[in-house]
Design a protein around this ligand. Structure first.
Ligand code: AMP
Length: 137
């Protein structure tokens, strides 16, 4: 699938719209999901322009998963809880709504997940959680 550089995560990467960031380096960005499926729901994205996991350069995939692991550890520490659902939707057919590949880190159980991308979270709460995660990184 062709990459649309007007997608919302591309805009976040270019600084055109805000995001509640927890981690950034030259190849990846991690930020809070604004419609969280659980408290602490965080997204990790590679900066390279790929729509799905299948399009992503394998080296970028290998690097990004290391950041996914790093952020997952920080989430567990920050929230003082165990158990993270790692979710990656590749393709509209799978329910993907933003066409820039991203990994969801959701500190929850698969049996207790909130509805996907359906309700805006409390911004102040999300910012406070982001501060805790940043401090644990
Ligand atoms: P997916 O359906 O797997 O593509 O997931 C897209 C995710 O991005 C959903 O969980 C949305 O809640 C989240 N999302 C959409 N817009 C934004 C935004 N501007 N900032 C942070 N998260 C977003």
């Amino acid at each position: 699938m062709a990459y649309d550089d007007q997608n919302i995560f591309a805009k976040i990467l270019r600084g055109e719209i805000p995001a509640i960031k927890v981690y950034e380096d030259e190849k990846t960005l991690a930020f809070m999901d604004i419609m969280p499926q659980a408290e602490g729901h965080t997204l990790v994205i590679p900066k390279s322009p790929a729509v799905t996991l299948l399009d992503l350069d394998p080296e970028d995939a290998a690097y990004t998963i290391q950041i996914v692991q790093k952020v997952a550890k920080a989430i567990e520490t920050a929230l003082e809880r165990k158990g993270i659902v790692l979710m990656q939707l590749s393709g509209e057919e799978a329910g993907q709504t933003v066409p820039h590949i991203h990994f969801h880190l959701i500190p929850s159980s698969v049996h207790q997940l909130g509805k996907h991308a359906s309700q805006m979270g409390d911004q102040a709460k999300i910012v406070a959680l982001a501060e805790k995660i940043k401090a644990a990184l």
